[in-house]
Design a protein around this ligand. Sequence first.
Ligand SMILES: NC(=O)c1ccc[n+]([C@@H]2O[C@H](COP(=O)([O-])OP(=O)(O)OC[C@H]3O[C@@H](n4cnc5c(N)ncnc54)[C@H](O)[C@@H]3O)[C@@H](O)[C@H]2O)c1
Length: 248
Amino acid sequence: MSRLNEHCAIVTGAGAGIGRAIAQRLASEGAKVVVNDLSLQAAEETVAVIARAGGQAHAVRGDVSDQADVERAFGFCEKHWGNCSLLVNNAGIVQQTRFADMEVADWDRMIAVHLRGCFLGCRRAVGPMRERGSGVIINIASQLGQIGGVELVHYSAAKAGMIGLTKALAREVSSEGVRVNAVAPGPINTELVMALSDSWRAAKASELPLGRFGEPEDVAATVAFLASEDARIYVGQVLGPNSGDVML
Ligand SMILES: NC(=O)c1ccc[n+]([C@@H]2O[C@H](COP(=O)([O-])OP(=O)(O)OC[C@H]3O[C@@H](n4cnc5c(N)ncnc54)[C@H](O)[C@@H]3O)[C@@H](O)[C@H]2O)c1
């Protein structure tokens, strides 16, 4: 498959879980991929997996909430491969806390990684994309940004913010050739979900119409579709690979 061989992609938080699966899938469809992660070692492991499969990728360590780090990822892409034509804002963290116990620092970090990180990436990507008249941005939100999650006020607010950002930005730039969409996964088997309580996971699994959590590859397939020309009329949409948990 080579649906994406024109693309120079940046995938944030691609050292593990969903981001790694997205990077692998985009590379398998021909994209060159900058693999960002807080952990250089994790990013390099993703690059090694992609290289073994014959794909092209490069690791760039960085914190998505840090403007200089974001600049480094785009700088690498532009220097070696050309302008970033496909940005996937995926990096994320989770922390379960009752609202009464939520520290201001907990709130600030959650908003910084998800919402500021998404803003910084989009802000850096959009200028060159508009100039070229083409580009794709995909923001990995969560269904909890649509329905709210128990003991996850900060996470849910950050993800709802990413959905609002996606829609507003899509309205502003789609006429200039830049397509912006979001993906709002349900529970997916990754380390992030393992950080939630056993009782949360058991209760969640029992209420899913499909009866099971998704896999990172399920989200990656949704991202690859949105990145491709098959999705050329998708603008400001929020797609839900979620085992039927949320039906909007
Ligand atoms: N797993 C799920 O059930 C689920 C459901 C809905 C949405 N999501 C979202 O999907 C995305 C990926 O989640 P995952 O389950 O793969 O998580 P994960 O914990 O398995 O992987 C997240 C990766 O992001 C990296 N990261 C964290 N903070 C970063 C930062 N500031 N800058 C750069 N990299 C950073 C981590 O080092 C890690 O490699 C997140 O945005 C998450 O909120 C996950």
